[in-house]
Design a protein around this ligand. Structure first.
Ligand code: UD1
Length: 435
């Protein structure tokens, strides 16, 4: 069936120059809105990104009786006292990976949760065994049947949990449930990502007792009740990093504002290595590039290593560099889906297993391509901005899941990018879970 769909039309070739304001971190916000139902009092969240994923999450919460009040575009008030049931199953909630945070939040507060497993898997196998292991250690029965995860417990009791892999999702989920368990929980080999710390800070503002977030051992003393608070979400490290690469690849000069430079260190270090100039200020970072970029090696790792969500953007930069680079993807196996599209723009990249071998070319030429997933899609936009001629990018709904006003922010920096509405077919079955 044909319907109106959106795509980007980009005329590349001019450097991005100016200032851009970064929004709240999508991945922190998703967990924070879920956790805000753990009190019966009203929680106020500021610096909320207005992106599809967070909006879908808020809609799913409304469907179980949560009161969601949008005060303005970036402020939302949430009251979870009227939750009618702990069984969430909407078409849309299956499309965002972060729906799993409702498990930890509902289980912690009501000792019961029924949440569908996310549908497809675009960036590789994404098991939830560590989430389940953590919930079980806290005393919950967890059953997965017909794509629904059912968890319930008489009571949750603190436990000593060792995560077999470093996982952001399971660390946050278990931390949420353990906040309202009886006694002490220790999570070892915990993820250290900035959004793990942000969610811990949020829960602590609600009266939880969590120590050590940001290190690999998190200690939680359970409390019986959480209370209202006002909280501001941290800036989005990945949105910021994407604009940093956009400046680098277009040989531009961009001041990226409202960031925490410390969270961007691994990205700044790579950009320096490949020949960019980086200036850090208190809450902004300036990226400028004047010469052709240099090649390097990158391996994605848990924080503070180089983020997997910044891997495609780096691939685009290295594909234009002066030499041979390699990128090793060690978190998700299916994150090179931008490579074929980039090759159609003239890049010279060969993927073997989890490594991409990249031989830099002098320039890309515009092409008609599509966004394979959220971050890959954003990276291809950057490629289009650097290419000669016109690039058309289909399937931009992926990009809209995680970037607020991406095209207008780019236009303010001098990019020629427009959203075109055309009649076409949205490959909904392709609209899988990717973040
Ligand atoms: C989150 C981010 C995503 C980012 C990823 C890694 C959200 C909504 N998404 O995803 O953008 O790319 O962190 O920084 O915040 N794993 C298991 N068992 C589990 C859970 C995970 O083996 O139970 C594995 C995964 O397959 C992967 C690794 O652990 O190889 C890291 O995954 P994880 O950190 O959990 O990623 P997400 O939380 O899904």
């Amino acid at each position: 069936m044909s319907e109106e769909i959106e795509r980007y039309v980009i005329k590349g070739g001019n450097p991005l120059v100016g200032e851009v304001e970064i929004g709240g971190a999508k991945n922190a916000a998703l967990a924070i809105v879920a956790a805000s139902i753990m009190t019966d009092e009203t929680v106020s969240i500021e610096n909320m990104p207005d992106v599809r994923d967070t909006n879908v999450m808020l809609e799913a919460m409304q469907s179980i009786g949560v009161n969601v009040d949008r005060i303005d575009r970036h402020t939302v008030r949430i009251n979870g006292s009227m939750v009618k049931n702990v069984n969430i199953d909407t078409e849309s909630i299956r499309k965002i990976r972060a729906s799993y945070y409702l498990m930890g939040a509902l289980l912690g507060k009501y000792k019961r949760a029924e949440v569908p497993l996310p549908g497809g898997c675009d960036i590789g196998s994404r098991p939830i065994d560590q989430h389940v292991k953590g919930f079980r250690a806290l005393g919950a029965n967890v059953d997965i049947k017909g794509g629904i995860v059912k968890a319930s417990a008489e009571k949750l009791v603190g436990a000593h949990i060792y995560m077999d892999v470093v996982t952001v999702g399971a660390t946050i989920n278990v931390m949420m449930a353990a906040s309202m368990a009886e006694g002490k929980t220790i999570i070892e080999n915990a993820a250290k990502e900035p959004h793990v710390v942000d969610v811990a800070n949020f829960l602590n503002s609600m009266g939880a007792n969590i120590k050590g977030a940001g290190t690999d051992v998190i200690r939680i003393s359970g409390v019986s009740r959480l209370r209202k608070c006002t909280y501001s979400v941290i800036p989005d490290q990945i949105e910021a990093g994407t604009f940093m690469y956009a400046a680098a690849v277009t040989k531009g000069d961009v001041l990226i504002k409202n960031v925490i430079p410390k969270h961007l260190e691994s990205i700044s270090a790579k950009l320096l290595e490949i020949g960019c100039q980086i200036q850090e200020f208190d809450d902004s970072v300036r990226v400028a590039a004047t010469k052709r970029l240099r090649p390097t090696q990158i391996k994605t790792l848990p924080y503070p290593g180089y983020p997997t969500d910044m891997q495609p953007q780096a691939g685009v930069a290295l594909a234009l560099s002066d030499g041979v680079s390699t990128i090793t993807e060690s978190i998700f196996e299916n994150r090179f889906r931008y490579v074929d599209e980039l090759v159609s723009m003239g890049a010279n990249i060969r993927v073997e297993g989890n490594t991409a071998f990249i031989e830099g070319v002098e320039s890309f030429t515009g092409a008609h391509i599509k966004a394979p997933d959220l971050r890959a899609g954003a990276a291809l936009v950057i490629a289009g901005l650097a290419a000669s001629g016109s690039t058309v990018i289909d399937d931009i709904y992926y990009i809209q899941r995680g970037y607020e006003d991406f095209d207008s922010k780019l236009r303010k920096l001098g990019a020629h990018i427009e959203v075109e509405r055309v009649n076409g077919k949205v490959s909904r079955e392709d609209f899988k879970v990717i973040s």
